[in-house]
Design a protein around this ligand. Structure first.
Ligand code: ZN
Length: 199
Protein backbone atom coordinates (compact mmCIF):
# COMPACT_ATOMS: atom_id res chain seq x y z
CA UNK A 1 0.00 0.00 0.00
CA UNK A 2 1.47 3.30 -1.08
CA UNK A 3 1.64 6.10 1.46
CA UNK A 4 1.91 9.86 1.39
CA UNK A 5 4.16 11.25 4.10
CA UNK A 6 4.96 14.97 4.34
CA UNK A 7 3.61 15.39 0.84
CA UNK A 8 5.78 12.64 -0.64
CA UNK A 9 4.36 9.57 -2.35
CA UNK A 10 6.11 6.32 -1.40
CA UNK A 11 5.71 4.59 -4.79
CA UNK A 12 7.85 7.09 -6.66
CA UNK A 13 11.39 8.30 -7.04
CA UNK A 14 12.11 11.85 -5.96
CA UNK A 15 13.83 14.37 -8.23
CA UNK A 16 13.41 17.89 -6.86
CA UNK A 17 12.17 20.76 -8.99
CA UNK A 18 13.19 24.25 -7.85
CA UNK A 19 9.84 25.52 -9.14
CA UNK A 20 7.37 25.44 -6.28
CA UNK A 21 5.33 27.97 -4.37
CA UNK A 22 3.43 28.42 -1.17
CA UNK A 23 1.84 25.74 0.98
CA UNK A 24 -1.45 24.45 -0.40
CA UNK A 25 -4.38 22.31 0.66
CA UNK A 26 -5.04 20.16 -2.43
CA UNK A 27 -8.69 19.98 -3.54
CA UNK A 28 -8.29 19.15 -7.24
CA UNK A 29 -6.16 16.86 -9.40
CA UNK A 30 -5.14 18.22 -12.79
CA UNK A 31 -4.03 15.78 -15.48
CA UNK A 32 -1.75 16.78 -18.33
CA UNK A 33 0.23 15.23 -21.13
CA UNK A 34 3.86 16.20 -21.42
CA UNK A 35 4.17 16.61 -25.25
CA UNK A 36 7.82 15.50 -24.83
CA UNK A 37 9.52 12.37 -23.49
CA UNK A 38 10.24 11.51 -19.85
CA UNK A 39 13.82 12.79 -19.77
CA UNK A 40 12.90 16.04 -21.48
CA UNK A 41 10.04 16.55 -19.02
CA UNK A 42 12.26 16.02 -15.99
CA UNK A 43 14.93 18.34 -17.41
CA UNK A 44 12.28 20.97 -18.10
CA UNK A 45 11.04 20.85 -14.52
CA UNK A 46 14.60 20.95 -13.15
CA UNK A 47 15.23 24.16 -15.10
CA UNK A 48 13.62 27.51 -14.33
CA UNK A 49 9.90 28.15 -14.69
CA UNK A 50 7.47 25.27 -14.75
CA UNK A 51 6.84 22.10 -12.76
CA UNK A 52 4.31 19.48 -11.77
CA UNK A 53 4.05 17.32 -8.70
CA UNK A 54 4.24 14.04 -10.61
CA UNK A 55 5.41 12.63 -13.92
CA UNK A 56 4.09 9.21 -14.96
CA UNK A 57 6.26 7.38 -17.52
CA UNK A 58 4.90 5.12 -20.27
CA UNK A 59 5.98 2.05 -18.27
CA UNK A 60 4.08 3.30 -15.21
CA UNK A 61 7.08 4.52 -13.20
CA UNK A 62 6.34 7.63 -11.19
CA UNK A 63 8.70 10.53 -10.54
CA UNK A 64 7.71 13.10 -7.94
CA UNK A 65 9.25 16.56 -8.29
CA UNK A 66 7.24 18.81 -5.94
CA UNK A 67 5.75 17.98 -2.53
CA UNK A 68 1.96 17.65 -2.55
CA UNK A 69 1.95 20.23 0.26
CA UNK A 70 3.31 22.98 -2.01
CA UNK A 71 2.06 24.61 -5.19
CA UNK A 72 3.63 23.45 -8.45
CA UNK A 73 3.53 25.58 -11.62
CA UNK A 74 1.49 23.49 -14.06
CA UNK A 75 -1.94 25.04 -14.62
CA UNK A 76 -1.18 28.59 -15.80
CA UNK A 77 -4.16 30.91 -16.20
CA UNK A 78 -6.98 28.67 -15.04
CA UNK A 79 -10.35 28.34 -13.40
CA UNK A 80 -12.18 25.45 -11.74
CA UNK A 81 -15.79 26.01 -10.75
CA UNK A 82 -15.55 29.56 -9.42
CA UNK A 83 -11.95 29.42 -8.26
CA UNK A 84 -9.13 30.95 -10.27
CA UNK A 85 -5.39 30.17 -10.05
CA UNK A 86 -5.70 26.40 -9.84
CA UNK A 87 -2.04 25.99 -8.89
CA UNK A 88 -3.03 27.26 -5.45
CA UNK A 89 -5.25 24.28 -4.69
CA UNK A 90 -4.36 21.47 -7.10
CA UNK A 91 -1.92 18.64 -7.63
CA UNK A 92 -0.54 18.41 -11.16
CA UNK A 93 0.12 15.03 -12.76
CA UNK A 94 1.97 14.92 -16.07
CA UNK A 95 1.44 11.81 -18.16
CA UNK A 96 4.21 11.18 -20.69
CA UNK A 97 2.59 11.34 -24.13
CA UNK A 98 3.32 13.36 -27.27
CA UNK A 99 -0.22 14.62 -27.67
CA UNK A 100 -1.90 15.62 -30.88
CA UNK A 101 -0.16 14.32 -33.99
CA UNK A 102 -0.01 15.61 -37.50
CA UNK A 103 -0.21 13.30 -40.49
CA UNK A 104 1.89 13.87 -43.58
CA UNK A 105 2.11 11.35 -46.43
CA UNK A 106 0.59 8.69 -44.22
CA UNK A 107 3.11 9.17 -41.39
CA UNK A 108 2.06 10.42 -37.97
CA UNK A 109 4.46 12.75 -36.22
CA UNK A 110 4.43 14.65 -32.96
CA UNK A 111 4.88 18.45 -32.93
CA UNK A 112 8.63 17.83 -32.35
CA UNK A 113 8.88 15.41 -35.32
CA UNK A 114 8.88 12.09 -33.46
CA UNK A 115 7.33 9.40 -35.67
CA UNK A 116 4.58 7.42 -33.91
CA UNK A 117 3.67 3.99 -35.37
CA UNK A 118 0.08 3.74 -36.55
CA UNK A 119 -0.55 0.77 -34.23
CA UNK A 120 -0.07 3.11 -31.27
CA UNK A 121 -2.49 5.78 -32.43
CA UNK A 122 -6.14 6.42 -31.91
CA UNK A 123 -8.05 8.82 -34.15
CA UNK A 124 -10.46 11.15 -32.41
CA UNK A 125 -11.87 14.64 -32.50
CA UNK A 126 -11.08 16.73 -29.46
CA UNK A 127 -14.28 18.48 -28.26
CA UNK A 128 -12.44 21.81 -28.38
CA UNK A 129 -11.09 21.27 -31.91
CA UNK A 130 -12.66 21.20 -35.34
CA UNK A 131 -10.94 18.23 -36.94
CA UNK A 132 -10.27 14.61 -36.19
CA UNK A 133 -6.59 13.95 -35.49
CA UNK A 134 -4.27 11.13 -34.46
CA UNK A 135 -3.39 10.85 -30.77
CA UNK A 136 -0.88 8.39 -29.23
CA UNK A 137 -2.62 5.81 -27.04
CA UNK A 138 -1.70 5.71 -23.36
CA UNK A 139 -0.23 2.26 -22.54
CA UNK A 140 -2.24 0.24 -20.01
CA UNK A 141 0.67 0.13 -17.53
CA UNK A 142 0.74 3.90 -17.59
CA UNK A 143 -2.99 4.43 -17.13
CA UNK A 144 -3.01 1.84 -14.33
CA UNK A 145 -0.27 3.81 -12.55
CA UNK A 146 -2.16 7.08 -13.01
CA UNK A 147 -5.35 5.52 -11.63
CA UNK A 148 -3.60 4.17 -8.57
CA UNK A 149 -1.73 7.42 -7.94
CA UNK A 150 -4.97 9.41 -8.20
CA UNK A 151 -6.78 7.02 -5.89
CA UNK A 152 -4.01 7.17 -3.29
CA UNK A 153 -3.99 10.98 -3.41
CA UNK A 154 -7.80 11.07 -3.11
CA UNK A 155 -7.63 8.86 -0.04
CA UNK A 156 -5.08 11.13 1.60
CA UNK A 157 -6.40 14.61 0.75
CA UNK A 158 -9.91 16.04 0.43
CA UNK A 159 -9.90 15.95 -3.36
CA UNK A 160 -13.22 17.11 -4.81
CA UNK A 161 -12.61 16.49 -8.50
CA UNK A 162 -10.20 15.38 -11.20
CA UNK A 163 -9.93 17.61 -14.25
CA UNK A 164 -7.91 17.79 -17.43
CA UNK A 165 -5.77 20.83 -18.13
CA UNK A 166 -8.12 21.35 -21.11
CA UNK A 167 -11.04 21.74 -18.67
CA UNK A 168 -9.49 24.46 -16.51
CA UNK A 169 -7.16 26.43 -18.83
CA UNK A 170 -8.35 29.93 -19.71
CA UNK A 171 -9.18 31.13 -22.24
CA UNK A 172 -11.00 27.89 -23.14
CA UNK A 173 -9.07 26.15 -25.92
CA UNK A 174 -5.66 27.37 -24.73
CA UNK A 175 -4.79 23.77 -23.74
CA UNK A 176 -6.02 20.44 -25.12
CA UNK A 177 -4.25 18.03 -22.73
CA UNK A 178 -4.60 15.26 -21.75
CA UNK A 179 -6.84 14.94 -24.85
CA UNK A 180 -9.36 12.42 -26.17
CA UNK A 181 -7.06 9.37 -26.03
CA UNK A 182 -6.83 9.65 -22.24
CA UNK A 183 -9.39 7.55 -20.29
CA UNK A 184 -10.48 10.42 -18.05
CA UNK A 185 -13.85 8.97 -17.03
CA UNK A 186 -12.25 5.67 -16.09
CA UNK A 187 -9.68 7.43 -13.93
CA UNK A 188 -12.32 9.58 -12.23
CA UNK A 189 -14.56 6.61 -11.56
CA UNK A 190 -11.72 4.59 -10.08
CA UNK A 191 -10.12 7.34 -8.01
CA UNK A 192 -13.07 9.38 -6.78
CA UNK A 193 -15.49 6.54 -5.98
CA UNK A 194 -12.90 4.84 -3.81
CA UNK A 195 -12.81 7.83 -1.47
CA UNK A 196 -16.14 6.61 -0.10
CA UNK A 197 -14.79 3.13 0.62
CA UNK A 198 -13.82 2.46 4.19
CA UNK A 199 -11.57 -0.19 5.69
ZN1 ZN B 1 -1.02 20.75 -19.35
Amino acid sequence: MAKITNGRYSHSRWIASPNYGKKIRPRLLVLHYTAVNLKQTINLFKGPGVSAHFVVAENGEITQMVSCDHAAFHAGVSKWRKRKHCNNFSIGIEVVNYGRLSKYRGIYKSWNKVVIPEARITRARHPLMKRTAGWPVFPSKQTAAVKKLCRDICRHYKIMDIAGHEDIARPVGRKVDPGPAFPMEEVKEYALSSTKVTG
